[in-house]
Design a protein around this ligand. Structure first.
Ligand code: NAD
Length: 257
């Protein structure tokens, strides 16, 4: 499907790597101008340099000031914000009694409070043009749980609540708000998890993928970042203007059983 986003102005967080990078590249290829935001300035600058009409802004989405600056700079550079993709995220795997309190708070701050702040600061710009798209990259862990990931799972469940609430507020103002909920996607974070788990369990990396990561999946492979980006691009299209407040499953059949 061809999506034309010429003239649209977008912010993508966590855009230096993995899914965020693929989404930023997809939006730019569809004609949008994108401000890529991430903690990792070196990689982010490199990605942005190759994308026509795009820029990088170093941003810690756990910081209220950085979130405010990101939206202000986008408006200054591009004249407004039409698309916001809340994607920045990280994982911490530990039993609840061992999860450091500050770490728990940090994950909530990055994946939930950051998404709230960026939504809050940018939505009035979307209302002004009576057109907007907010795509929150949640996870299958926004809908179901696994042990040892309490902070991540609480943040992603919260992100679905934020998605639905803002969708109800924004529906009559031309703005849709959706969450994409992928199962395992082949990104640097997951590749590291595969290597770590192979060491811990004393099995091969292929066995980690087959026996641990794909145990519940019907499509027995990791998803690619480009597949998530294609879904995000569709949600930003005019064809998706009737889709809002929804958790868009991309779980390879994980929750079908
Ligand atoms: P990734 O590590 O490749 O990319 C995450 C990016 O977020 C990195 O560039 C990192 O620097 C950035 N980031 C982290 N903390 C930040 C902060 N405080 N401020 C700004 N940027 C920050 O990981 P990914 O797999 O591409 O993950 C992207 C999103 O997709 C995350 O929200 C993740 O939870 C979600 N997700 C990933 C998978 C998967 O299997 N890879 C599955 C479901 C959902």
């Amino acid at each position: 499907m061809h999506v034309d986003l010429t003239g649209r102005r977008a912010i993508v967080t966590g855009a230096s790597s993995g899914i965020g990078r693929a989404v930023a590249e997809g939006l730019a290829a569809a004609g949008a101008r994108v401000v890529l935001a991430d903690l990792d300035a070196e990689a982010g600058e490199r990605v942005a340099r190759d994308l026509h009409g795009c820029a990088f802004q170093r941003t810690d989405v756990a910081s209220r000031d950085d979130c405010r600056r990101l939206v202000d700079r986008t408006v200054e550079l591009l004249g407004g914000v039409d698309i916001l993709v809340n994607n920045a995220g990280l994982q911490h795997v530990a039993p609840i009694e061992e999860l450091p309190e500050e770490r728990w708070e940090h994950l909530i701050r990055v994946m939930l409070i950051g998404a709230f702040l960026l939504t809050m600061y940018s939505i009035s710009h979307m209302y002004r043009g009576h057109w907007g798209r907010i795509v929150n990259i949640a996870s299958i862990h926004g809908l179901v749980a696994s042990p040892y990931k309490s902070a991540y799972i609480a943040a992603k469940h919260g992100l679905l609540g934020l998605t639905k609430t803002v969708a109800l507020e924004a529906g009559e103002k031309g703005v849709t708000v959706n969450a994409i909920c992928p199962a395992y996607v082949r990104t640097p974070v997951v590749e590291k998890q595969i290597a770590d788990q192979a060491k811990v369990h004393g099995i091969s990396e292929n066995e980690v993928i087959e026996r641990i990561m794909l145990a519940r999946a019907a499509v027995r492979r990791l998803l690619e970042p480009s597949e998530v980006a294609a879904y995000a691009l569709f949600l930003c299209s005019d064809a998706a203007s009737g889709i809002t407040g929804a958790a868009q499953l991309m779980d390879a059949g994980w929750t079908a059983r």
